[in-house]
Design a protein around this ligand. Sequence first.
Ligand code: XMP
Ligand code: MG
Length: 187
Amino acid sequence: MTTNQLKIKPLFSEEEIRERVTALAKQISGDMQDPNNLTAICVLNGAFIFAADLIRAINPGGFAVDFIRASSYLGEHSTGTVCVSCDLKQDIRGRDILLIEDILDTGHTLSALIRHFQDCGARTVKTAVLLDKPSRRVADITADYRCFEIPDDFVVGYGLDYNEQFRGLPYIGIVQTKTEQKNGVID
Ligand code: XMP
Ligand code: MG
């Protein structure tokens, strides 16, 4: 499917996202026990814009930040196999981790990353997700913090992509295929 056959239906505006991210950051700041022992870890690529905004809104901001690259997705379908292709640069032994991810979908990615950080010796692992698709859950996992719950639609924008397209959209939208446009599945 080529990009020019796709239409994006807006779901959350820039303003709505800003409000929710600010509220989430406030909640995280309030819950934070020991900011000096915190490492925020952004899951690349999809969470990079969410993480940038969330990290800047968490107060106090004197914590460590690292990145990890993990994927369980090809096109629109989760493979269930999670691959860490670029690991952390920092030692997280004894650290409290805030894992920042774009979408909690089947839960394979987040579960695998939590296990990975525990194996690396993290003291605690909490998760913050931009979007939650609970209807698709396979793994037994709930996010500690989430901005929005969404139905089972494929979404893009604000860091999320469809085959590397649309990451730079300032809003989040649902991908509508040509067939869906014709059938009026999403108007
Ligand atoms: P699992 O199934 O492991 O998947 O929870 C989480 C990862 O799947 C990707 N994902 C999406 N990416 N639009 C996207 O751009 C979507 O609607 C979508 N649903 C899942 C995402 O990368 C997430 O890290
Ligand atoms: Mg991802």
